[in-house]
Design a protein. Structure first.
Length: 292
């Protein structure tokens, strides 16, 4: 109807172009078949590798997921995105690693070669995952809630509204990690002092968790005795624990109060108080709970 009502050729061509663009956008992507050599080579590679190691293959035979178990029984996946020039060009490899995974590839290589490099990379990260699995299993981790294998940080509960954020180096998991304490000053200052004074006691021969206990001279709250709700206190302003993925990370410094808040909530609250003052990027003001 739009084409029939065009008064001249120029208008007709413009309308035709618009109609074709809309039609093409609504057309599902056409599957372009690859050369027969691609399929025969891929099937041969999969058979050589072993179908028991294949977790998924898409209908177009362009995406393959391989599964592996490391020496500690952890399950891992590697996703291979193959282009039409395989095996002349290597597939793109997607893994859940805390470090970059770059494969070595020659045109005569196969999926078996990638799989062997994948297994070797898993073993090189064994110490890193052992350290974090130890923390996840024996302490209350406040963040991340469901850590992926690529996550290098853990925020560990120490006490009521007191926690430590630990950033572990995947390449050197037995070395002293970066530690950042969260909580009221009167609660975290002694912990910070112990860490600085005992830093020389760090022993790479024992576990990361045990080293943290020794340096901080504490015993982290046990998962067997306490619940996560004992540490995961809601924000005193919005009354929620999670706000856009963030958890309460600011605590009132008054020892008798210690109410936690989201940074965003506290910033918005203090901005609205006439008694608040700002120095550079820091706002000072009264606690919404105890007015201190």
């Amino acid at each position: 109807q739009r084409l029939h009502s065009c008064p001249d050729l120029v208008t007709f061509m413009v309308e035709l172009k618009t109609v074709l663009e809309i039609a093409l956008k609504n057309t599902p992507d056409l599957h372009v078949p690859r050369p027969p050599e691609y399929y025969s080579c891929l099937i041969r590679d999969l058979e050589t590798l072993g179908w028991n190691k294949v977790a998924y293959v898409d209908t177009g035979l362009t995406t393959v997921k391989l599964k592996a178990e490391d020496s500690c029984g952890r399950q891992h996946l590697i996703t291979l995105k193959l282009n039409a020039k395989y095996p002349t060009e290597p597939p793109d490899c997607l893994v859940d690693f805390p470090v970059q995974f770059a494969i070595s590839w020659m045109p005569q290589n196969s999926l078996l070669d990638i799989y062997k490099q994948f297994l070797a990379a898993l073993e090189s990260l064994k110490g890193f995952w052992d350290a974090l699995d130890d923390i996840d299993g024996k302490t209350w981790v406040l963040e991340p809630e469901n850590p992926t294998r690529s996550a290098t940080a853990r925020r560990i509960a120490i006490g009521n509204n007191v926690s430590v954020n630990v950033e572990v180096d995947p390449r050197h998991p037995n070395m002293l990690p970066e530690c950042y304490f969260l909580g009221a000053d009167h609660a975290v200052a002694p912990l910070r002092a112990k860490l600085n004074n005992n830093m020389h006691l760090w022993d790479p021969e024992i576990s990361l968790l045990q080293n943290l206990k020794d340096l901080l001279e504490i015993d982290f709250p046990s998962r067997e005795v306490l619940e996560k709700s004992d540490f995961a206190k809601d924000c005193g302003i919005c009354y929620a624990y999670r706000l856009d993925g963030a958890t309460p990370d600011h605590v009132c410094d008054e020892p008798r109060c210690g109410q936690p808040f989201h940074q965003a909530c506290l910033y918005e609250w203090l901005q609205g108080l006439p008694t608040s003052r700002q120095s550079f990027n820091v706002i000072f003001g009264e606690c919404p709970y105890c007015n201190k």
